[in-house]
Design a protein around this ligand. Structure first.
Ligand code: C2E
Ligand code: CA
Ligand code: CA
Length: 730
């Protein structure tokens, strides 16, 4: 049962799809990468812009605090390095001045809200807050860093400014505090330094003031921040001892993000356009490539196709067979291969011309196509060679069924126009079990089996057997040796006596070729003649025998000579010319020569055979139909071609011993030939009884072991000259 092979996938198509996908993937990757790069770059720019802005805000906040501190410092300097102050503060009755010029100034002042006057021993002379005497003691109200400031101002080196400012925590919050020695504007003191007094101003930094700073310095959302902000938008306010008193934070304006958000749609648009552009480029490029590939595929398909038959050609077949074998391995199916070689196609071609031959090929192709069905691979692999391959479960059954059908198909003659051509086919069968025999080897095996089918009679099918390899090898060697033997003229010729049926006297000889193969001994003509025929060596061999025999019979005047001619020689248009040349060279009288031919060629090629016969007859030779009774044995041919003699095959003669029916058949045959005036020779006569019977039947000449086996010329010579008697002639 043939199994449908799945549609043969084209490896080229699969490969093409793969490269297409790869190209698309590469393209997508490039686009994605470009987008990532650009977006990352924009992100970085935005980040950088954000960071720059935050840095600016930090510097501004920092600067605002420093300015806040500097303002106090300037105010303090104005009030401490003041000639009036240096007078009244140190004067015994200066307290009123101190109250009104320091204490009262703390009310509604934007410059300072606390004023304290102390001596070097920390004794407070005056402490005012918001215009009233303070309700607290200095040591409790300010954190301890106040005393650091105090010491710096009090112990400032002569020549340097005896003032110090810094942020200090107070009972109300955070304030910038300044401490300065009260002195004349020039810096001079009218009292000893240990008796000096110090002025302390404090200016609180509260939420309102921070808001003012924010507005003044344009820092969005500046405020006290309780904990360090995650954003890092923080400036710490430390006292001179380095302790953190408070933190100022603000809102990031994120100008980078803002810009980024603004340009993002534009960037996306641009990217989309670039992507689209490349996609178009890719698509049009792919289209072009696809078209080129399609052209290439079409050309390849054409290259795999046989123009004449429309079937696959040889290379197409090998490609398809390779796929079948792979498929067989995969699906555990056997690959069956039938290799066909037409029998007699060459003759049709020669006789009717190439036009008819082409039509015949087309007819065979169409017939086979219908026979093998759509699931099999069918190809014309040579001039008159076809191949069928298919997948199957049961190789043996499928092979037998299919080869029977094909042989049956060739039983019918082909009608081409008004002509009718009878051809046959020889089939070689080989199987690749589960696809384990590769395609090329499978073809070799089927081809070998096909040759065997041809050798063993044509018009049949033969299965490949491993022994065929050895036989083929042996045959090849035999062919080589035969070629050498022919070239070196190492063949020789023996002669078998032919006697008249009356009196059994020697009247002629049949020349038969003999080959003593070097190192092997004699090889039977049944073996080497077919090899010579199939290799074309027969032309040389045949002429060699003819020439040698013609030379030899010169010495036996009056004896007739019969020489065998193969159809292969007969086909050669120059054959008659060659024969004539031999006769001329050897001085032979053609009328004493009979050329023996079998009927096969006459059946296959009646027209050409008739023409060739006419030409030969013009030389003056006689033509005998050899082996009559061994093949088709149609008496019609005898009449049609007008043979000069008929030789009854030894198989017919041997049948004589089997009884009445064979005798009747023989008698009818000989009678028919005689009625056409064709004399008859009986071959293979082995007994006296046969010889007697055949004479009675009407054969005028007899030949066979009974009278003499094929023998060297010397023995014929002895018989001719009466030195020896014929075997059967008692
Ligand atoms: P063929 O032409 O029919 O030759 C007669 C064959 O019958 C010879 O075999 C011969 O030895 C054999 N034979 C003769 N008498 C008897 C007999 O009483 N009994 C038996 N059993 N056989 C007998 P051989 O010589 O082996 O030749 C075989 C075939 O080889 C020939 O058959 C012929 O077809 C072919 N052949 C031989 N020599 C040539 C040649 O030079 N050219 C061509 N083209 N074919 C040749
Ligand atoms: Ca013969
Ligand atoms: Ca014969």
């Amino acid at each position: 049962m043939p199994i449908a092979p799945p549609r043969l996938r084209h490896p080229v198509a699969v490969g093409r799809r793969l490269t297409g996908i790869a190209m698309l993937a590469a393209f997508a990757l490039v686009v994605v990468l470009v987008i990532i790069f650009i977006l990352t770059a924009l992100d970085r720019i935005a980040d950088y812009a954000n960071r720059l802005d935050d840095d600016r805000s930090r510097q501004t906040t920092d600067g605002a605090l420093r300015t806040y501190e500097n303002q106090l410092y300037a105010t303090l300097n104005d009030y401490a390095a003041w000639d009036d102050a240096a007078q009244f503060v140190y004067a015994a009755d200066g307290l009123d001045w101190v109250k009104s010029n320091y204490g009262d100034m703390t009310v509604n002042s934007d410059l300072f809200d606390i004023a304290v006057v102390m001596d070097m021993q920390h004794n407070v002379i005056l402490a005012y807050q918001d215009g009233r005497p303070a309700s607290w003691t200095v040591g409790d109200y300010f954190d301890s860093s106040l005393w650091t400031l105090f010491d710096r101002a009090a112990t400032a080196a002569p020549g340097s400014v005896p003032e110090a400012t810094g942020f200090v925590r107070t009972g109300r919050g955070v304030a910038v505090v300044g401490v300065a020695l009260i002195r004349q504007k020039t810096g001079a003191l009218t009292i000893p330094r240990e008796q000096g007094r110090l002025l302390l101003f404090a200016r609180h930094l509260d939420e309102r003031r921070v808001a003012d700073l924010a507005q003044t310095y344009v820092v969005d959302g500046m405020r006290f921040a309780d904990a360090p902000l995650a954003s890092g938008n923080i400036v710490e306010i430390r006292n001179v001892d380095g302790r953190v008193l408070a933190r100022l934070g603000w809102n990031s304006r994120l100008p980078g993000d803002l810009g980024y958000h603004q340009v993002r749609p534009l960037v996306y648009c641009a990217l989309a356009m670039v992507g689209l552009f490349f996609l178009l480029l890719l698509v049009s490029g792919r289209n072009m490539v696809n078209r080129a590939k399609a052209d290439e595929a079409a050309a390849r398909r054409l290259a795999m196709c046989d123009r004449l038959s429309g079937l696959l050609n040889r290379s197409g077949f090998f490609a398809a067979l390779g796929e079948l074998v792979a498929e067989g391995q995969q699906r555990e199916l056997h690959v069956l291969l039938l290799y066909l070689d037409l029998d007699g196609f060459k003759e049709v071609n020669d006789a009717y011309g190439h036009g008819t031959g082409d039509q015949l090929i087309r007819g065979v192709a169409a017939g086979l196509e219908a026979l093998v069905g759509p699931d099999a691979v069918l190809a014309r692999v040579g001039g008159d060679e076809f191949a069928v391959a298919l997948l199957t479960f049961a190789a043996q059954t499928a092979a037998d069924t299919l080869s029977d059908r094909i042989l049956g198909f060739f039983d019918e003659p082909f009608v081409i126009g008004e002509r009718v051509a009878t051809i046959g086919t020889s089939i070689g069968i080989a199987v690749s079990p589960r696809g384990h025999v590769p395609g090329e080897e499978l073809v070799r095996r089927a081809d070998m089996a096909m040759y065997r089918a041809k050798e063993t009679g044509r018009g049949r099918a033969d299965h490949y057997r491993p022994e065929m390899d050895a036989e083929r090898e042996e045959r090849n060697q035999l062919e080589i040796d035969l070629r050498i033997a022919i070239e070196r003229r190492e063949l020789h010729v023996v002669y078998q006596p032919v006697v008249g049926s009356e009196g059994w006297r020697l009247i002629g000889v049949e020349a038969l070729a003999r080959w003593n193969r070097k190192g092997f001994g004699p090889v039977a003509p049944e073996v080497f003649i077919p090899i010579a025929e199939s290799t074309g060596l027969i032309d040389q061999l045949g002429l060699f025998v003819l020439q040698r025999a013609c030379e030899t019979v010169q010495q036996w005047p009056g004896l007739k000579l019969a020489v065998n001619i193969s159809p292969g020689q007969f086909r050669d248009p120059a054959f008659a010319t060659h024969v004539e040349a031999v006769f001329r060279k050897t001085g032979t009288d053609p009328s004493g020569i009979t050329l023996e031919m079998t009927e096969g060629y006459f059946i296959q090629n009646p027209e050409r055979a008739r023409m060739a016969l006419t030409t030969l007859r013009q030389l003056g030779v006689k033509i005998a139909l050899d082996d009559f009774g061994a093949g088709f044995s149609s008496v019609g041919y005898l009449r049609q071609f007008g043979f000069d003699r008929m030789k009854i095959d030894k198989s017919l003669v041997n049948a004589l011993d089997e009884g009445e029916r064979a005798i009747d058949l023989l008698q009818a045959t000989v009678a028919l030939a005689r009625s056409l005036d064709i004399p008859v020779t009986a071959e293979g006569v082995e007994t006296r009884q046969q010889a007697v019977q055949l004479r009675l039947t009407g054969c005028d000449e007899l030949q066979g072991y009974f009278f003499g086996k094929p023998m060297p010329a010397e023995e014929i010579d002895a018989i001719f000259h009466g030195r020896r008697r014929l075997d059967g002639a008692a």
